[in-house]
Design a protein around this ligand. Structure first.
Ligand code: RIB
Ligand code: CA
Length: 304
């Protein structure tokens, strides 16, 4: 798999979960994109999380620094200036690769002997740029699993739109129209997966650098969520993508026809779904076994 990401606290936990699961997942590379914070910081954060996971051998490729069309919108108000405020993270022992993430994606997906899974944890700018430049790479994508969109759960950056789609709705439109097999993890399912106090304490019981850093990440973002909108903890958005690939039975996934609103105005960047048509362009998770999800995260991070 290739993980495309904008770390971001939940991206960081998703990366740790993936790197802690070598029996099920082979992480070939990490590609970074501007989103939660600008590209220089998401890339630095990916390198630091890679170091924390003890996986400096996994290449990190720097991607697009702004969306395809819209101006970049970031989320320091959630994640802090660094993008992962809270924990002390190790300095990278080596840097990002020289070639651009889009060039890496095109070269790899064009030549791979077997289809590769894409895990998309941020705005889909890199994937959309690669598909636009070289549409034939869709044959090299086995499945794209993405934290993306919202159908019945409202928005988290405007009342209508989920952040990853809102930042780059045009990229989302390219991916949804590409014919690539896709599974969406929308706010409908990630808002069910809140890191409540008992779940944070289960992570806090992991007496390792990974356990301590993850606890600090959860406690930092909790301050933004708890006390507003009825949240009892940080909804762990991005790790749902990794958990799905480890154990799809944790999720209730439905086929549907999904679209994104590109019109200017209040609903810009919102996503829609028609669940009954036969011409589905993907599947979306609407349910999750939340206790099993957090048990999986705690179990895997304890072993990292
Ligand atoms: O809407 C939540 C998504 O936006 C998550 O991927 C989070 O990391 C931010 O990128
Ligand atoms: Ca993210």
């Amino acid at each position: 798999m290739i993980i495309d990401t904008d770390p971001g606290h939940d991206d960081a936990i998703a990366l740790l979960l993936a790197l802690a699961s070598p029996s099920e997942l082979e992480v070939r590379a990490i590609t970074t994109v501007a989103g939660n914070v600008p590209l220089s910081k998401t890339t630095y954060n990916a390198l630091r999380v890679r170091e924390l996971a003890g996986a400096p051998h996994i290449p990190v490729y720097r991607g697009c620094g702004r969306p395809l069309v819209n101006e970049l919108v970031t989320a320091e108000y959630v994640h802090g200036e660094s993008g992962i405020d809270g924990p002390e993270l190790p300095e990278p022992s080596r840097g990002a690769e020289q070639i651009h993430a889009v060039d890496y994606l095109i070269e790899t997906l064009r030549t791979t002997p077997e289809p590769i899974t894409l895990c998309i944890l941020g705005p889909m700018t890199n994937i959309a740029a690669a598909l636009t430049q070289a549409p034939e790479i869709s044959a090299g994508i086995g499945e794209a699993v993405m934290m993306s969109g919202s159908f019945h759960a409202g928005g988290n950056v405007t009342p209508a739109a989920e952040f990853n789609v809102f930042v780059d709705p045009h990229a989302t439109d390219v991916v949804l129209s590409s014919g690539v097999p896709l599974v969406m993890m929308p706010l409908d399912v990630t808002h069910q997966a809140q890191a409540t106090r008992p779940r944070v304490e289960a992570i806090h019981a992991i007496d390792t650098p990974v356990g301590r850093a993850t606890t600090e990440m959860l406690r930092f973002v909790e301050r933004y969520y708890v006390g507003r909108g009825g949240f009892e903890g940080f909804p762990l958005h991005d790790p749902t993508v990794i958990a799905y690939l480890i154990d799809p039975s944790l999720f209730d996934v439905r086929p549907g026809r999904f679209s994104v609103d590109l019109a200017a105005g209040e609903t810009h960047g919102s996503t829609g779904a028609e669940w009954h048509l036969d011409d589905a362009n993907g599947r979306a998770a609407l349910g999750i076994d939340v206790d099993a999800y957090f048990e999986l995260i705690a179990e895997r991070l304890a072993a990292l």
